[in-house]
Design a protein around this ligand. Structure first.
Ligand code: M6R
Length: 610
């Protein structure tokens, strides 16, 4: 949530800051701002709206072009609406300090009162301005010291970059619960809240740990912890290229990411399937054979799309391995004080690895003594590091706010987990080999759906003008219905709900009428006939039904009003082609409605607040 970029080095800072902000815009895009050093002062420029508005504003400020040190921010509003005043950076005191911040200062009200009582004047409603004034009030010529002391008074989470006019060329950055990565260039450092803003300049990166504070001047770094001395944080290499974060000729990142799925799944599977032994190799899980066979229960936590993937995992783990599995909304996990045993495995699923609720669930599970694993896409992210074990997705950077390739990679890993747990129990080698083959088929199943992109775009035309829609499915298709509805609502703003097909008649059917279509997952598999029965119930209430059906299933095709076909495959793997079909459907509906597909209103890519 929100994006930070900062630069110190020999080059003009502004182009680095603005290109970094562009890259980070998917993290928040309601306002943006920069602060750069000039001879006389720190100059701050801010604009409401997208980074392009800021660029327009800066077109009038050629005096800032030579500055070689600065900080920048793109905002997703928490405290105060998206206005120019509330945009970051915020100045401390009389503009001797400028600061950008991701996260939330929970005790901002008390601090605001205290600072107001000694004469500080607030220009915004943000918690961040409180921090800027607090640093200013404690500043006695040493910015590291002032920020360290300020953060002792702060409750909450932060990723911060701050500069002081009296310490030219110097940035001080700190983190607690909100990521900060330092990109190490030639005589320069590019700071960002996410590696996509630095990849253009360098692949060498240091990820700060919680409670680290770093003083940076050019390429000189001094990293300390907030309560002790200097620490060494190893540099690591970012394993994807700048191209991976580009649109590559596609109109939107979302479409590019949908089309990347065959390759993303191949990368997820690479080296993780043993054909001979009919097993999955997930050494990152770090489970000894004993721990594997003692496994009592698998608890899966996540939010949004990651939670939907978790539900597929629940079904597959129980189905194949006979191990109890439960998926839980990550925020609920922490607050309802769940029962967790040392023989339980908690699997935290997160594309970003930074989702606040999922991270809190991880910490709760660790405190309760469970085995905790991460299933994360972003290497070096907080959840990956705090779980210490797990499986990286290797799906490549996902930029579009709507999660697509992360979901299909997550499901691929969860199917491998189910296989691994099953093979450590009753599943025979022969059945294991069959399942390996089914998982290996996933990329080609996706390719077959992608080949129907034009057809799906045509079907989408018939659903563009609706205000409401229902997605229904049974068994493995139930999570797909949830995910299909989530995708449609977040990018097209059509109200959409996913329901178990049997649940519709327990209430939601009251809403069905001609203008409310139903998208029914009625591909071949257990429960298909019952779902077709539910389709008839919907049609009897005048709803138009779009069916996701198996190629060649004439009965299903004849029953529904419109259809999209997916290749024949077992139900547990059909989750992936069926989801891809719904991703394309949502994408085309949103495109035809003229929506801002990659940056839907009110959303941000990574939700680092509760
Ligand atoms: O990064 P995470 O996987 O932890 O994110 C979880 C959700 O915020 C995310 O999946 C969200 O629901 C997406 N916008 C859905 O497309």
């Amino acid at each position: 949530m929100c994006g930070i970029v900062a630069y110190t080095g020999p080059r003009p800072a502004l182009p680095v800051l603005l290109s970094g902000l562009k890259r980070l815009e998917y993290r928040g895009y309601d306002s943006a701002g920069i602060a750069v050093e000039t001879q006389e002062r720190i100059a701050i420029r801010k604009a409401k709206g997208k980074v392009s508005e800021l660029v327009k504003l800066l077109g009038e400020s050629s005096d800032l072009e030579t500055s070689t040190c600065g900080i920048a921010h793109t905002r997703w509003a928490t405290h105060g609406p998206p206005t120019q005043e509330n945009a970051h950076p915020h100045a401390g005191g009389k503009q001797g300090i400028a600061l950008v911040h991701n996260g939330i200062i929970e005790n901002h009200r008390a601090l605001r009162e205290k600072l107001s009582s000694v004469g500080y004047v607030f220009l915004s409603e943000t918690d961040t301005e409180v921090l800027a004034h607090l640093v200013d009030s404690l500043y006695q010529g040493n910015l590291v010291q002032a920020l360290t002391n300020a953060l002792k008074e702060v409750d909450g989470t932060f990723g911060i970059a701050v500069m002081a006019h009296s310490e030219p060329g110097t940035l001080v950055v700190a983190r607690r619960g909100s990521p900060i990565v330092l990109g190490l260039g030639e005589g320069e450092t590019i700071v960002a809240s996410d590696a996509s803003a630095i990849i253009k300049h360098t692949r060498q990166a240091i990820y700060l740990d919680d409670n680290d504070i770093a003083c940076i001047k050019g390429s000189e770094l001094d990293i300390r912890t907030l309560d002790s001395g200097t620490v060494v944080r190893p540099a690591s290499e970012i394993d994807w290229s700048a191209d991976a974060a580009e649109k590559g000729g596609y109109e939107h990142y979302m479409l590019k990411e949908i089309f990347e799925q065959p390759e993303a799944i191949r990368n997820t599977l690479r080296g993780r399937l043993d054909r001979d032994r009919g097993n999955a190799i997930l050494s990152g899980l770090g489970l000894s054979p004993r721990e594997l066979s003692d496994l009592h229960r698998v608890l899966i936590v996540g939010c949004g799309t990651s939670m939907n993937a978790g539900l597929v995992g629940e079904y597959a783990i129980e189905d194949f391995a006979g191990v109890l599995a439960e998926v839980e909304q990550a925020a609920e996990f922490r607050y309802r004080n769940p029962i967790v045993n040392p023989s339980d495995l908690v699997v935290a699923i997160s594309q970003s690895g930074e989702t606040a609720d999922t991270l809190a669930a991880v910490r709760e599970a660790i405190d309760k003594g469970a085995l905790v694993s991460g299933l994360v896409n972003t290497v070096g992210s907080t959840i990956a590091r705090e779980t210490g074990r797990g499986v990286y997705l290797h799906a490549g950077p996902e930029i579009s706010v709507a999660s697509t390739k992360a979901f299909t990679s997550q499901v691929s890993v969860l199917l491998m987990m189910a296989l691994k747990f099953a093979r450590s129990r009753r599943m025979s080698q022969e059945k294991g080999r069959r399942m390996v083959k089914e998982i290996e088929d996933l990329p080609s199943l996706v390719e077959a759906v992608l080949a129907k992109n034009d057809e799906i775009a045509k079907v989408a035309e018939r659903y563009v003008d609706q205000q409401s829609a229902f997605f229904i499915g049974r068994g493995y298709m139930y999570p797909v219905a949830l995910e299909g509805a989530l995708k449609l609502k977040e990018i097209s703003y059509i109200h959409a709900e996913g329901y178990h097909a049997a649940e519709l008649k327990h209430g939601p059917i009251a809403l069905l009428e001609e203008s409310v279509p139903v998208i029914a997952l009625c591909n071949e598999g257990p429960g298909k006939d019952k779902t077709l029965g539910n389709v008839a119930e919907c049609q009897a209430r005048a709803s138009r039904v779009l069916g996701i059906v198996t190629e060649g299933d004439e009965e299903a095709i004849a029953t529904v009003d419109d259809h999209i076909t997916i290749p024949a495959c077992p139900m547990h793997t059909s989750v992936i082609p069926a989801t891809v079909a719904l991703q394309l459907l949502s994408y085309h509906i949103a495109r035809l409605r003229g929506c801002a597909i990659d940056q839907p209103r009110n959303l941000a890519k990574s939700v680092t607040v509760e």
